[in-house]
Design a protein around this ligand. Sequence first.
Ligand code: NAP
Length: 288
Amino acid sequence: MTTPTPTARLIDGVALSQKLRTEVTQRVQALKSRGITPGLAVILVGENPASQVYVRNKVKGCLDCGFHSVLEKYDADMTEAALLARIDALNRDPAIHGILVQLPVPKQIDANKVIEAISPLKDVDGFHMVSAGALMTGMPGFWPCTPYGCMKMLESIGYDLRGKHAVVIGRSNIVGKPMALMLLQKNATVTICHSATADLKAMTLQADVIVAAVGKRNVLTADMVKPGAVVLDVGMNRDEAGKLCGDVDFAGVKNVAGYITPVPGGVGPMTITMLLVNTLEAAERTAL
Ligand code: NAP
């Protein structure tokens, strides 16, 4: 049996992130020369190991680009009132342009209340209802970082979405739904699939662009992909050996797709990069 020749070109999220972060660093320098240092406050409640890694990478990204970075860590038994009070103080702190509360929060805290407590002007995660409404209506606002990163990846390959069929698998508020709206805004025809979709393969086979944002391995296999399609893999899962992998069967799909993002090294690094972009833009708006 001969080994199939890969058709897909890789969209390298690490290289694209580096390029974008260089641009961010230059814009930070320009802003600093006007007396403003972009500041991001990250709040972590509890000891979730994955959250600790994410937060560490966000702080490092900030420092590497010359941002002012504040990390506030609290015990898992922090009350909701205490967290809301901290957010209120950061909302009023002029040195802070972006506020991020790392999710999930412990069960005594209502995550929706936390998201809505952050000032929309500092909502650099793009999860606030005002941000969601701005995206929905095409008004300026902060876009959620992961789907925003996916759009940058499509832009990086010069992909014109006009008239193309995009299929998004997953409908969460932080990835699937905003992803669909962003693709729609760029004139794609968009289908959103989810756990109750009757025939996922029938949908994905029609797609020019597929975004997989489910959180399950091998949701998308080679037989579900139209030759030449662009495949963006948002999923972050572990295989039997504990190795990080996405939702897409990369080994199979790379022999059918036109472009594909790897995991790791694809959408993941782009998410933090877009957080830096949003924070920088929040700071730039204060300088207008
Ligand atoms: P989520 O809130 O759990 O949403 C998952 C979505 O997948 C839901 O809409 C669910 O449908 C749908 N779904 C579940 N099983 C399905 C199936 N068999 N077929 C089709 N759809 C199915 O997850 P999320 O927060 O959007 O995250 C999705 C994945 O992306 C996770 O692996 C997460 O770790 C990863 N992620 C990565 C980054 C990054 O930076 N790379 C950032 C955020 C998230 P229902 O709505 O019907 O339940």
